[in-house]
Design a protein around this ligand. Structure first.
Ligand SMILES: [Zn+2]
Length: 354
């Protein structure tokens, strides 16, 4: 069949991309090991005290062709201050920063460029670490990583998966992109702000970004946009449901590409529309429950129960069935909250299937 053939092709493409991204990571690390002329934390620390600055200019190697670049003590002191300000701006005792803060701190120029980035696909997960394949210009794709710092704690709650994931996405995240913009401008900021993912960068970006402004490259911004999409929300909710069912809550710490059915949602346009429709229903059910809208008739065993609750339970059960997700958790949550007993839940589900 053509559709499944296309999907198989997409999966092997993604596998090949992942192999390349790993090779590229090793290569960048090797080049970085041999870095020259680095403005290390220790070096910068010598310029912390304005009243006691070293007298001489600092001359550092620039590039690998024998060039040099020099800085006055006052320039270095300004860089030291820029680092201090940046450290204070982000709470650096906790890992990750909220997406809203990342967006606020990003430069308008990067946001503009992000609009031209064609595609970002979430394809793989390692515990709380998500991998995106993002279109690039210098090379076809970059592997952007986003770590959801609140994923683990959300796993242990009884909050229905869909809502739990939505909360996780509003929580703190850390970021990484292998592109030059991130490497030379922003990785140092991410490291001192404690929202970097390996590799970290401890040496000051003295040439490109001495004032330490900006935050995300266009690839990270594009991945963040995808992270906010309904299809990602759905797949992550399915992942969370599956992970919660594992004995002893063992989390998937191995790197794992999503299975066919999740990749279908993440890649296919048609299924994306289906997922959107399912999600709209879910939202409607949740809204109905909260706003207590139009009731519908109920059977005898359900007398005395708020009809909107009855409807919400039915809607959620149906949605989870459509998505092949276990609705147990979600329904138990509602049952607890609204004090429904097992017979009442059964009646609702029976009525709903009828
Ligand atoms: Zn990038």
């Amino acid at each position: 069949m053509k559709a499944s053939g296309t999907m198989r092709g997409a999966v092997s493409e993604l596998k090949e991309f992942e192999r390349q991204a790993e090779a590229e990571k090793r290569q960048i690390a090797a080049v970085r090991e041999n870095g020259v002329g680095l403005l290390t934390p220790e070096l910068l620390e010598r310029y912390s005290d304005k009243t006691n600055l070293p007298a001489q200019e600092l001359v550092l190697a620039y590039g690998r062709l024998g060039g040099t670049v020099s800085f006055t003590p006052e320039q270095l002191h300004q860089m030291y201050l820029a680092r201090k300000r940046r450290e204070e701006k982000f709470n650096n005792r906790i890992y990750g920063v909220k997406i809203a803060s990342l967006l606020r701190a990003s430069r308008p120029a990067d946001k503009e460029r992000a609009k031209e980035v064609r595609n970002a696909t979430l394809y793989q997960r390692k515990g709380n670490l998500l991998f995106f394949r993002v279109s690039g210009r210098e090379q076809p794709f970059y592997r952007v990583q986003i770590r959801l710092e609140n994923w683990q704690e959300a796993l242990y709650t009884a909050t229905p998966a869909m809502r739990a994931v939505r909360e996780v996405l509003q929580g703190r995240v850390s970021i990484e992109c292998p592109c030059g913009r991130h490497q030379y401008w922003y990785r140092y900021l991410a490291t001192i702000g404690k929202y970097a993912i390996d590799p970290l960068e401890h040496d000051f970006p003295k040439i490109r970004n001495p004032k330490l402004t900006g935050c995300c490259c266009k690839h990270v911004l594009r991945a963040i946009r995808e992270l906010g999409s309904n299809r990602v929300l759905l797949v992550l909710a399915r992942q969370m449901d599956a992970e919660r069912k594992k004995p002893g809550f063992k989390s998937v710490e191995r790197k794992q590409m999503f299975n066919q059915s999740d990749l279908n949602i993440l890649i296919s346009r048609r299924l994306h529309r289906d997922a959107m429709a399912a999600l709209r229903k879910y939202k409607a059910a949740a809204d109905a429950m909260e706003k207590k809208q139009t009731p519908r008739r109920s059977s005898a065993v359900l007398q005395g129960i708020d009809p909107k609750v009855v409807q919400a339970v039915g809607d959620i059960a149906r949605l989870y069935r459509q998505l092949n997700m276990d609705s147990g958790e979600a329904i138990r949550g509602i049952a607890d909250k609204y004090k429904l007993n097992a017979a009442q839940i059964d009646a609702i589900l029976k009525e709903d299937r009828a």
